[in-house]
Design a protein around this ligand. Sequence first.
Ligand code: SAH
Length: 241
Amino acid sequence: MLYVVGLGPGEKGKMSLEAIEVIKKVDVIVGYTTYIRLIKELIDEKELVSTGMKQEIDRCKKAIEIAREGKDVAVISSGDAGVYGMAGLILELTSQMDEEIVVKVVPGITASIAGAALLGAPLMNDFCHISLSDLMTPWEMIEKRLHAAASADFVICLYNPRSKGRPNHIAKALEIIQQYKLKDTIIGLAKDVGRKEEEAILTSIAELDETKVDMTTVVLVGNKETYISDNRMITPRGYQL
Ligand code: SAH
């Protein structure tokens, strides 16, 4: 059996019981080195196949091979495996094969949801996810989606917001968003959620310090009703109070 497991953002308390059970029972764990480190205490002497960040296809092919040998194997992703994780790639590969491999996707808490809880309640109304990584999606398409989401006043969760190789993506994204949203629109930064460096920062489009944004940050841009009260980011659902 081939499992694709979302580990949640980093700490055991935010993993599902199902994910913990699967990790404990499988013969082999396949994943990116950092994620294997996150679950070290659960895996004892298990066989591990760990690779670097940019070897996703090799990693998934290896996991499929192991499942074909008759072993139980779990491919792990941080957060949810179906949100910019490994679930899609595994299913794309197995669907191209003649042989039937049974795949089970085990959900996890994605960064935006864990980050929202840390910040308050920013996702109480319609929201969307946009990844600012153009490794797989052309930048023009990302811009198009930013225009669409901002013009419809969605709360926007930005993944992969800024890295050494893409230091200006968050600034470029906010330039587009500002064409539709006011400069004092609330922004919440949820950094290293579920890890020991965890931090919540509340700011606005105008006041955002971009250097605080990195690859383990999820950026939540509010809608026009989002506000801050008692240090919490709140998007009203619309109740008459
Ligand atoms: N499958 C993951 C997302 C992978 S894309 C999930 O569902 O969460 C990687 C991006 O996710 C990072 O650049 C960052 O924007 C976000 N992210 C992942 N883990 C995070 C964490 N612990 N804290 C804050 N953001 C995180």
